[in-house]
Write a protein that binds this ligand. Structure first.
Ligand SMILES: [Zn+2]
Length: 369
């Protein structure tokens, strides 16, 4: 029976998402946090809203906030047509390790108390099983590798605990490289790229079968990874620079490199990276989101575009609202002429393809010199 308030959707599309920051809001991590297994009205993601939106899994990011949080927007300089956020300070590695350990423990205890409804998954077959079972698959991701020392011992430990995706930097400097600052309008070419330790980190990720996320690297860091990695190039949550020239977004040249490596882009729903004026205004139509999808498909191909929502980490369009609004976005894309075959690729099959190539080290080419 269909409830009258439910929109009628032609065919429900299953979704695997490239990025969320939900761990920061759950009660296993934060003492007054939400019950992820129940329905909530704050934030973007919980199990019921994921199910309502057709989402069966995604990259769950672990990210370390500043040790001494400052006032909201204290580091922001903005005018009517531009903004720049002062680059975040480096983190103390011991503090970063404690924070990542706490986030990892929180996600594991959430999975433990979910009676199989939430599963930490390390291979595509497990993720696909979650899709068949109506469960939610967590692919563990770290955004900024401060918890890992230059001898990479912690990388192996984290791999053994299920880590399968890593951004060497968030938008701050660390021993592996320099992140891209938040700025508009701005080129992503904002500073030096990977350090020698960063190059070793890339090699180790290739060897283990950990996806390297390019999303918060500056342009030189992007090209340094491209020169060394044997895996397809992947930006888990980024938008198109030609449509919104924010430093976080990907230029046509970067998109071309992603296409040539047979990698992919997960489209970020962050309104200030989508809108041509970069305003943090949630009253942003789905047409603006779809324009990025179309531009990505035109530039890199239908097999290389997915979603990287940034749920619980960004201001997303009210027209999506939260994870339960994903069918609205799917229908908006469908209305531009995409059929079910194309929609399924964007919604999850492209992530499966790239993850299959990346998480199985034996399938990757020889190490580049
Ligand atoms: Zn991010």
């Amino acid at each position: 029976m269909v409830h009258p308030e439910q929109p009628t959707v032609p065919s429900k599309i299953s979704i695997f998402d490239g990025h969320n920051d939900a761990v920061h809001l759950i009660r296993e991590y934060k003492h007054d946090g939400i019950d992820f297994l129940g329905h909530n009205t704050t934030g973007h993601l919980d199990l019921p809203r994921a199910r309502a939106g057709g989402m069966f899994g995604g990259f769950f990011a672990m990210w370390v906030p500043a040790e001494q949080p400052c006032e909201a927007d204290a580091d922001l300089t903005a005018s009517a047509t531009s903004y720049a956020v002062r680059m975040a300070d480096p983190l103390d590695p011991a503090y970063a390790r404690r924070s990542i350990d706490a986030q990892l423990a929180a996600l594991k205890s959430l999975a433990d108390r979910s009676s199989g409804a939430i599963r930490i998954s390390t291979i595509v077959n497990e993720i696909d099983q979650a899709r068949h079972d109506g469960a939610l698959a967590i692919l563990l991701h770290i955004e900024g590798a401060e918890a890992i020392g230059s001898n990479l011992v912690e990388l192996e430990t984290l791999y053994n605990q299920g880590l399968r995706s890593l951004g060497p930097v968030w938008s701050r400097p660390n021993i592996f490289g320099h992140g891209v600052p938040f700025a508009f309008p701005s080129s992503p070419d904002t500073g030096p790229g990977l350090t020698p330790a960063g190059v070793e980190l890339v090699r180790a990720c290739n060897r283990l079968g950990i996806l390297i996320d390019l999303s918060h690297l500056n342009e030189r860091g992007f090209w340094d990874v491209a020169a060394k990695t044997t895996a397809p190039l992947v930006a888990t949550h980024s938008c198109v620079h030609a449509l919104c020239p924010s430093a976080r977004n990907l230029t046509d040249k970067q998109l071309d490199a992603i296409r040539e490596s047979d990698g992919m882009v997960g489209l970020n729903f962050c309104v200030n990276d989508l809108r041509p004026d970069a305003n943090r205004n949630a009253d942003t139509g789905l047409d603006i989101v779809v324009r990025h999808v179309i531009r990505l498909v035109d530039r890199i191909g239908i097999d290389r575009v997915g979603f990287g929502s940034d749920f619980d980490g960004a201001t997303v369009p009210n027209a999506i609202g939260d994870a339960s609004g994903m069918p609205c976005l799917i229908e908006a894309i469908r209305n531009y002429g995409f059929d079910d075959v194309s929609l399924n690729k964007i919604a999850y099959e492209n992530w499966f393809r790239v993850l299959r190539l990346t998480l199985t080290p034996g399938e990757m080419a020889e190490v580049k010199p």
